[in-house]
Structures are given as structure tokens and as C-alpha cells.
Design a protein around this ligand. Structure first.
Ligand code: SF4
Length: 385
């Protein structure tokens, strides 16, 4: 019997179409398969020629025009759908932002935060909910159920950790998350990765007093403003050196925000003052974002695709840096207007997710940035929450 694990957001998701601040194709390429390119080339529909003109045959994607799909109308609607109907959409466009991961007899489905509507769910105080249903289908024979079972058990444990304790203890929760990533890696390297061994690694974190001790120690690290500001100053310097600031702020599209980053580069004390004022504002208005972000990340990135365990946990570490970048951009908007609206936050989250997902070079540089961090404590300073 197969089973399907669903991130409940999938049921509530509704595309806002022309009202979308980003649109599905904003700032990134829509990939096409060989079959899809051929299919569009052989289309007998009168609109077929326009579609073919929009295709980059060599790169197997739809070209970009002004960082958008050239087949979009001025008010943000898809002309393929308008002219030919939904059946003519490519697979990427048809399923976006829905995604599926298959692990043997378990199918996991979700919607991606590269869509700003989905990203806005992260800002709602309600807990993320998952449902599991059985499917009337036979299970696969060759899947590594033991590995899925062990990793899925640890994921459930970590999600419960994020959702149970106070939202103010996020730094400590991420510390435990990083420790468990290391424990899983070690068990894998010695060939001992199974549910039983994982349970014994999780056991210390099952005791409330142990967790509280870690949370309080991590709060002390997180509250060291001088160190935190130095970390962020270093991050902004590296981004500027690598010409990554423009890319990062591409979706926010504001000269003033860019100037804030330049200001912080030159004036470390101003950065420190802004961080000091931004954190209480964030905690009062958006504290749920950290919990929801990491629960979402755990659901998506904890169990490696095709069970490829090499590099286990790297995606999650990138997400910690990515979260720091989201917060930097959010702080820049807040500095400009004295507040940040949900819609602005959602566009920042989706935009940075798009930049990192579609730019392997950016992701690579983020990993390098992280590898220069020589202790978990220093990485945690990047949380800005
Ligand atoms: S990004 Fe999301 S809300 Fe925007 S057009 Fe695409 S599916 Fe709709």
C-alpha cells in the first residue's frame, strides 16, 4: 500500500494570477524538455509561431524578456493559456508551484515558497500541518524503506521540537538541528545509520531540561549584538565583493534598499543599531516566520532525493544562510518605512529562494561563506531573529 504525505498548504493554495507581485516566470527561466520543444515546433495552432520565437532551443527554455516570460500579457496573464488553453502549458508551468518527492511507497507533496502566495503562509501564526492518506496502489519493491523510516522519524522529531517550544528559542532549535545533522552524517559514514541508532542520538533532546539549557545558552550567543553585527557586516562585505548584492535585491527593486546595504557596509555601528532595533520589531510581528520557515525546510530538504546521502544536510545549512539574507533584505525595507508589510516580506522570501534555487553559483558561494564559519555558534549568529 502506498501513502501520500501532504503539506496542507497545498489544499489552501490559490494562484492570484494577474495580481501576483512576481509571476511564476519572474526572474528565472522556464525549462522545457526535448519533447516539449518538438511539440511546440510542430504545433499547428496560429499562436504556435510566437511560442517557437520565445524558445531558446539551445538552452531548452523560454527566453526572458525584461526578466519575465515574453509570453506574458502586460497584466500578468499567460498568453499560451489565453490563446491555446491550459493543455498546451509546459510541465514546469502546469505544475508550478506544486512539487512531489517520491520515496519508495511514500509520496510527499507540497507547494514551493518560490511563489509569493505560498511564501505568505510562512508569515501566518498558525502551525504548519501535514496529513497522511493511504493510496490504493502497490508499494515499490526496491526502495530503501529502512533509510526513509529512520530519516523520517528524525524529521518528525525535529518538526515537533520547532513547533513545541517557545518561538523565541529559535537559535537553540537550529543549534540542535545542526547537531543532529552531524550525528546523522557520522552514523552514515560508519554504516550505522538506522532508526535505533538515531533514536539514541535524539534521546538527549527529548528531555525538556536539556533543551532549555541549550536554548538559554544559545540565546546568550544570539544576544551578543557586537558579534552578530560583525557577522552580518562580513556577509554584506562578501556579497558586495562578489557582486551579489544586486542579484539579491533584484526582486525588491529599490535603489533605496541598495543604498541601505552600502550604508551598512561603510558604517558598522549603524548596522549594529539597526539590528538592535529590528530584532524586537521582528519578534513582535513575525516571530512565527522562523519556526514555519525551518519546519517547511525540514519537510522539503531533510530526506535527500533518491536517498543520496553524500552531502547530507548541506541544503539545510544553505537555508540558514538564506534565512539570514531574507532577514537582511527585510531589515532594509523596515529601515526605509519603519515597518514591513506581509506582501513585501513574501516577495523577499520568494525572490531570494528563486535567486538561490536558480543560480548554482550563488548557492556555491553561500556554501563557501558558511564553510569559512568555523563553529556552529558563528553560523547561528546569522539567524537575525
Ligand atoms: S507565482 Fe504563484 S501566485 Fe504568482 S502567478 Fe505563479 S502560481 Fe500564481
Amino acid at each position: 500500500m502506498k501513502q501520500i504525505l501532504i503539506l496542507e498548504w497545498e489544499n489552501q493554495f490559490q494562484c492570484v494570477g494577474g495580481k501576483c507581485p512576481l509571476t511564476c516566470c519572474g526572474g528565472w527561466k522556464i525549462e522545457l524538455s526535448d519533447e516539449e520543444v518538438k511539440c511546440y515546433q510542430n504545433l499547428s495552432h496560429p499562436f504556435g509561431k510566437e511560442i517557437v520565437n520565445a524558445i531558446d532551443e539551445e538552452k531548452k527554455c523560454i527566453k526572458q524578456s525584461g526578466n519575465k516570460c515574453p509570453l506574458l500579457t502586460k497584466d500578468g496573464w499567460c498568453r499560451i493559456v489565453q490563446e491555446c488553453g491550459e493543455d498546451y502549458l509546459s510541465y514546469t508551468c502546469a505544475v508550478f508551484p506544486r512539487k512531489t518527492h517520491i520515496y519508495g511507497d511514500t509520496i510527499e507533496t507540497y507547494v514551493e515558497i518560490v511563489c509569493p502566495v505560498v511564501a505568505s503562509y510562512l508569515l501566518k501564526p498558525s502551525k504548519i500541518v501535514f496529513t497522511i492518506n493511504e493510496l490504493d496502489d502497490t508499494a515499490e519493491q526496491d526502495a530503501d524503506y529502512q533509510l526513509y523510516d529512520a530519516l523520517s522519524f528524525a524529521r518528525t522529531f525535529l518538526i515537533a521540537l520547532f513547533q513545541t517550544y517557545d518561538r523565541l528559542y529559535n537559535t537553540g532549535k537550529c543549534y540542535i538541528l545542526l547537531n543532529i545533522i552531524n550525528a546523522v552524517k557520522q552514523l552514515y559514514q560508519t554504516g550505522d545509520l538506522n532508526k535505533e541508532n538515531l533514536i539514541s542520538q535524539l534521546l538527549p533532546y527529548d528531555r525538556e531540561e536539556n533543551c532549555m539549557e541549550i536554548f538559554h545558552a544559545c540565546e546568550q550567543i544570539a544576544s551578543n549584538l557586537e558579534l552578530k553585527s560583525k557577522r552580518f557586516h562580513m556577509v554584506i562585505t562578501k556579497l558586495a565583493e562578489n557582486k551579489m548584492l544586486e542579484m539579491l535585491l533584484f526582486f525588491v527593486k529599490s535603489e533605496e534598499l541598495y543604498e541601505n546595504f552600502n550604508h551598512w557596509l561603510k558604517d558598522f555601528r549603524q548596522l549594529q543599531t539597526d539590528i538592535q532595533a529590528f530584532i524586537p520589531y521582528f519578534r513582535k510581528n513575525y516571530a512565527c516566520l522562523v519556526e514555519n520557515y525551518f519546519v517547511y525546510v525540514l519537510f522539503l530538504d531533510w530526506i535527500p532525493q533518491k536517498h543520496k546521502m553524500e552531502g547530507f544536510g548541506e541544503n539545510i545549512k544553505i537555508k540558514i544562510v538564506e534565512f539570514g539574507l531574507i532577514q537582511l533584505c527585510a531589515m532594509s525595507v523596515w529601515k526605509q518605512h519603519g515597518k514591513i508589510q506581509e506582501e513585501e516580506y513574501s516577495v523577499i522570501i520568494s525572490g531570494i529562494e528563486r535567486v538561490v534555487a536558480h543560480d548554482p553559483e550563488m548557492a556555491g558561494k553561500l556554501i563557501n561563506l558558511l564553510e569559512e564559519e568555523d563553529s556552529i555558534a558563528k553560523v547561528l549568529l546569522l539567524l537575525l531573529c
